[in-house]
Write a protein that binds this ligand. Sequence first.
Ligand code: ADP
Ligand code: MG
Length: 602
Amino acid sequence: MHLGADARKREIYEGNPFLADERGGKKILSMKTAEDLRQLLYSIDRKGYPAYKGTKGSYRFGKYVLYIDHVQGDPFAAPSKLHVEVSGKTAGFPEQLYDKKHKRIALQDHLTRLFEEQARKYSFQAKGSGKSGILSVTRCGQEVLERSACALNPANGDIIVRFEAGFPANGRTINARELIKILFDFLPECVEKSLLYQNINSAKAQRVMELSEDQEFIRKELSKRELVAFVADGSVLPRESGISQRPMKGAVAFASPESMRVTMNLPYKGEISGMGIRKGITLIVGGGYHGKSTLLKALEMCVYPHIAGDGREYIVTDAAAVKIRAEDGRSIKHTDISMFINDLPNKKDTKAFYTEDASGSTSQAANVVEAMEAGASAFFIDEDTSATNFMVRDELMQRVIHRDMEPITPFIERMGAIYERFGISTVLVAGSSGAYFQVADKIVQMDRYVPRDITEAAKEAAAEYPGLSYPQDGTPAPEYARKPKKNPGVFHKGRIKIKTMGRDGVQLGHDTVDLRYVEQLADSEQLTCLGYILKLMEEDGFDGKKTVQEQIGSLLAQIEKKGFAAIVGKEVRNQGDIPGNLAMPRREEIFACMNRYRGLKL
Ligand code: ADP
Ligand code: MG
């Protein structure tokens, strides 16, 4: 017995970098204690930095288990990756705070914020060279997203928080005493103050749950009442600045026009009123600077829930609504854009349109069709970011340039049929053309940030003008038959490198996927997650039979079952194999990312 323990110690003390607590999912060593870790750290103090590698493993602290999952190679490299696991019994969160998926995500989000608040206080309190002393966890924005930083197991209430720490050094010499500060003084405080129910503000946690329930209630109401979106009276739509997503101070609060006002009785907040945007075609007009784009932007982002105090927490948009815009220069891979574009002078096939450098109109056409393929329920379009010739062709132009000579059937001529045939609504911001009046079901004017229902007056005015003529082809359904070419994938998984470029894109090997114009991505961690998804698909290969739609469909089924574990390419054997910097994108953005990936062979 003692001999075994000695051998084990020796193995640890010699800094074996591959000593792991689990092999093949089976624990082969009994768990080490915090005291073991402390001894180990003393023993490697002042050694060369690589001796830190030997700390990899798991250690039982009083109320949680600390896992050191990955140790950085030197003090200037990306910080080490760790996680803590608190058992449900110890954490003690009442089940009613997480017994539904939306509640669980809201609670995880809340706990991540609490943990972050603590960690921030201690970050760089331990000193040293390079990244020594960093203590950090994901910083959440205004949206509530499912993130890998914090996972709560709904079966037993166990909580995991994944975070980073910069293992301290002087130069490249281990300063173990500083790491002891982090792991034995700071971290226990972080855990105590954020992950134990008895120590946190329980009223606040309760309100997080209540808001999440109310938001979910509104979401369900949307479908019952045939609404695309609900914007509560009193909401604050504009943001503080181009670089801050906080609410603008002193903004004009939202107030629904009487004719569009709906009331709901939320389970916790009680009665609430606001503007209901019905399915069909809604036009938002008004003078420049009157708040049109701000309203649309709020609708776009409210496919996600927002935190209390954001100003948009009672704005809820159909979760499958997609922003559509022009995107010159994107690549298009065999997308059937023939419902908008036909008979190009260069005879290019628009049923399987291919380009590495799309124009404004072809890119916007592809964006529409690809969103349909992804299952979009509504389109949000702002003329500020649209290709004019894709959106509308006025009557005079129609007279001069005959339909037969114009490859583009503009969106305005398809909008009605897209709703009637495919059930996809459109919310369109357009201040420049009255041509939309005839096709819109509802016309809202933004007047000094206050919406007014001007449907009747606008329709009356429009009746005096000659109408546009519409194509008589019944709006053919696009084909979603694109198939990635057969490709066995790679044998050695994990070889393809991915890199997230902030909110702008992801790099997969040598390919950059530009996601700047996929506007409903809320967080760079969603992009990181998309990077993993592309990598997974490339590494697993394609059977040559599944369409893009089917391929993503089966991935989504896996994600539904296994969460982030389904996304991380290599086999996930323990929680340390899942990185702590992922946020779940929507299916719509998974499609958008695949469609912009130039490396995909079709
Ligand atoms: P439009 O699209 O109609 O030209 P924007 O939506 O871009 O107008 O808004 C113009 C400006 O007004 C922006 O700077 C925005 O922040 C500000 N703004 C929008 N809504 C409000 C509001 N409710 N209260 C105060 N300022 C607002
Ligand atoms: Mg605008």
